[in-house]
Design a protein around this ligand. Sequence first.
Ligand code: SF4
Length: 295
Amino acid sequence: MSMDTKQDVTVATCAGFCPGVKRAIEKVLELEAAGKTPIYTLGPLIHNKQATDMLSEKHITAIDSPQEARDKSGVLVIRAHGITPQFQREIEDYGMEVVDATCPLVKHAQNIIDKFAKQGYHTVIVGDGDHAEVIGLMGYTQGHGTVVSGPEEATRLPHFQKVNVVSQTTQKESVFYATAEEVKKHADLCQVSNTICQPTKERQKETIECARNADLVIVVGGKHSANTARLAVLCRELGSAVQHVETETELAKTQILQAKRIFITAGASTPEWVIDRVAQHVRALRTETTSEGIK
Ligand code: SF4
């Protein structure tokens, strides 16, 4: 993390694109540079308006199904969240070139589900049932999968003979384990597969450590990004004051001037340049005010 002791503004080391998102964006930009256009991504590549605007300037368009592509000679890109195997077969049969940018760590979760589902295990996914990654994971459950958002929802599960509890890769670890404990009460045999990815674990760990020591946490990222929203919730639970902003224009000045120590972090889908702009703006505000002698 980078610390400006005079101003006490710390920017998280883990802030910004996670390796999976970075890899997917690089793949798409490589295709564009190689002239392989038009490029269609199945769903937005990332949940961040500033980044999607940049991609649409390069004529990289998000679509929901291959039928929406104007031109069959284009390339279809599977984003980092992955898709169901059924959908994968459907797009491969459609006759367009397919580039798979599923994050290897999402693939790992898909493989674990697949392995146990084939052995007759029911799958319980701890996550958000509407999220693209979870929809993709459900496709590997052999039709025997349930999504629960946390331990409370898990109390309503029926009894299973064999169950495999897995996690959305960006899940909060304490929620995952509390849910797994509840699921155990509903099964003769319970396999617990923590599929939260390493970058998410590191991000959560750093956030907990730094947020505890800050008076104000600024979480930068899309309001529709699940992992960014989860980060903001995590910081609020730690008792910190939190501003969740998409860009520097949303920053609340007074709170920034009043806070002694500020920690800036960001979700996995926030571009570095957006984080930099927010950090620069925060520092500039504090410098201006210090030089004016206002406390
Ligand atoms: S959050 Fe983790 S699993 Fe998801 S794309 Fe990023 S690195 Fe991959």
